[in-house]
Design a protein around this ligand. Structure first.
Ligand SMILES: CSCCC(=O)C(=O)COP(=O)(O)O
Ligand SMILES: [Zn+2]
Length: 214
């Protein structure tokens, strides 16, 4: 058994991250963005560890036991619990960018439908929306954001390598996975959530425009 003194991370910092994750994920789940136990969420604890959801848990009913700690290679720390099947997609971002503090992954219908429609193009082109200012660093609607769409695979190392290659090329705050859902991140929970909500809204606009133009 691990006592608080023997843990390699600050248990109070974990408790704070877990509380923040539970409160925010409960709200996101209430919107229907995490159906059937899908989705996963994490928060950086420090420069070596992150708090992340346990695999397979109902994200609409998270409690403290549904949050565990992994190192930035995705290994569980001081627990027998199994972290999210997609842990590597979280930890690769924390490992590479010290400023990233929160990663949110959801499976809303809007995100999933958009990922199917734009998989062929490889990205969703977002342009001219006032809400583009929700993305950190954007100060005008008069700009473009290309949201990448990656092919889905159960091989997280393959998926992580694809993400890594994209991160080489451009500054970005999220990506879609075909037939799967959306990853979005930020420096902290409020920023990651703002980015997630902005992508959800803008993808909804694009889908509606497509419908109206048919
Ligand atoms: C039933 S959802 C399939 C797995 C998935 O895409 C997901 O987001 C949830 O996986 P986790 O292991 O994090 O619960
Ligand atoms: Zn998923």
């Amino acid at each position: 058994m691990n006592t608080a003194a023997s843990l390699p991370y600050d248990p109070q910092a974990l408790a704070q991250c877990a509380g923040e994750l539970i409160a925010n994920v409960t709200e996101l789940a209430a919107r229907g963005w995490t159906p059937a136990t899908s989705s996963n969420f994490s928060r950086r604890i420090d420069d070596r560890y992150a708090a992340i959801t346990v695999s397979g848990r109902d994200k609409g009913r998270l409690v403290a036991n549904d949050i565990m700690v992994v190192d930035l290679d995705g290994n569980p720390v001081a627990t027998d619990l199994q972290s999210s099947a997609e842990t590597l997609l979280h930890t690769q971002l924390y490992k590479r960018f010290a400023e990233i503090g929160c990663v949110l992954h959801t499976h809303s219908q809007t995100q999933t439908v958009a990922s199917r429609l734009y998989a062929g193009a490889g990205h969703v082109h977002l342009e001219g929306y006032e809400l583009l200012k929700a993305f950190a660093g954007n100060t005008t609607h008069d700009t473009t954001v290309e949201l990448p769409v990656l092919p889905n695979t159960q091989d997280m190392h393959t998926l992580a390598a694809q993400v890594d290659a994209l991160l080489d090329r451009r500054c970005m705050w999220g990506y879609l996975i075909d037939g799967h859902g959306l990853y979005a991140w930020g420096r902290d929970m409020p920023e990651a959530r703002r980015h997630l909500e902005a992508f959800e809204f803008l993808l909804g606009c694009e889908l509606e425009l497509r419908r109206l133009r048919r």
